[in-house]
Write a protein that binds this ligand. Structure first.
Ligand code: SF4
Ligand code: SF4
Ligand code: SF4
Length: 297
């Protein structure tokens, strides 16, 4: 993909004064840097309208078979996951100290800085784009589904209902829009500016400025700033993220682990089923270890 970073200078600017005070929730932040882009998801200001789901489905021509209406808030009673016909879903989490306080949380691919799905893919069908998205190439994909097992966020979905040409499906970070200098469809539609698109480092600055400007309103941790080596999509929450659906993960990137296993096993001609089992075991163990660590803290 040919990318012109200067196009981003045309993006609506968030003034540096606003960045410092954190008083405005802007959709987009101007970039003059040479770094990846990201989105800051502020679950404290998200109103759970599900317009982001609608915009994503429109943008990608998806028809979510389970969808009754975007107005239907009864969906929050269950915990949904992104799937092959819905790249993003909005769920709810509650304050453990006061269960009457509910917050909405949009979930999708995190577009990790060091993606485990990329390192697990043996044919290079997944790739981290220089603008931040983790892109999928259906022509290269052989349908092994190692990416599904490797992802610590359980994001990639397989089109089981498409027996002839099944593909891996996940949020694309609207990379075609981003390459043209536009923000992702979900960010553009968000009415309460719960989603902010911009250079990753500026989003981190913005997150910390919101903490400073709103004492007590946030759990002061930018989820994704460091987890698994950092992610392009990051979250602000009202409570400790261990009370949300975001998994407890250390700062250590996962790819070195998945790469060693993948290369070692393929050199030794270990059959695919054994690789599934081993990758699954590792991801399970990492999850358990992180949870144990969290309990000790
Ligand atoms: S469009 Fe924005 S406010 Fe509405 S649910 Fe999505 S993230 Fe929340
Ligand atoms: S969240 Fe999962 S699918 Fe998305 S980039 Fe990270 S490892 Fe890959
Ligand atoms: S970035 Fe694009 S593909 Fe990803 S959730 Fe938003 S609209 Fe959907």
């Amino acid at each position: 993909m040919s990318l012109d970073r200067r196009k981003f200078l045309g993006i609506t600017a968030l003034s540096s004064a606003t960045l410092l005070t954190g008083s405005t929730h802007a959709h987009e932040i101007e970039s003059k840097t040479d770094e990846v882009y990201g989105v800051l998801v502020d679950t404290v200001v998200c109103i759970g309208c599900r317009k982001c789901e609608w915009a994503c489905n429109q943008e990608h021509g998806l028809s979510d078979k389970d969808l009754k209406s975007y107005e239907d808030k009864s969906v929050f009673k269950e915990h949904r996951r992104p799937n092959a016909s819905a790249y993003t879903v909005v769920n709810e989490y509650r304050d453990p100290a006061d269960s009457s306080k509910a917050y909405s949380m949009k979930v999708q691919c995190m577009h990790c800085n060091e993606p485990a799905c990329v390192s697990a893919c043996i044919v290079g069908a997944l790739e981290k784009n220089e603008l931040g998205s983790v892109d999928y190439d259906a022509w290269k994909c052989i349908g092994c589904r190692y990416c599904i097992i490797a992802c610590p966020f359980q994001v990639p979905a397989y089109e089981y209902e498409n027996p002839l040409t099944p593909q891996i499906r996940k949020c694309t970070f609207c990379h075609e829009r981003v390459a043209k200098g536009e923000s992702p469809a979900c960010v553009s539609i968000c009415p309460n500016e719960a989603l902010t698109f911009g250079p990753r480092s500026k989003l981190i600055d913005l997150a910390h400025s919101r903490f400073k400007a709103n004492p007590g309103r946030y759990h002061e941790h930018v989820y994704g700033e460091n987890e698994v080596g950092g992610t392009s999509w990051m979250y602000l929450t009202a409570v400790d993220t261990k009370h949300t659906e975001l998994p407890v993960l250390s700062a250590a990137p996962l790819p070195p682990l998945t790469e060693i296993i993948q290369h070692g096993i393929f050199k030794s001609f270990v059959p695919p089923l054994a690789l599934y089992a081993l990758l699954g075991l590792i991801m399970h163990t990492i999850g358990d270890k992180n949870e144990e660590q969290e309990v000790k803290e």
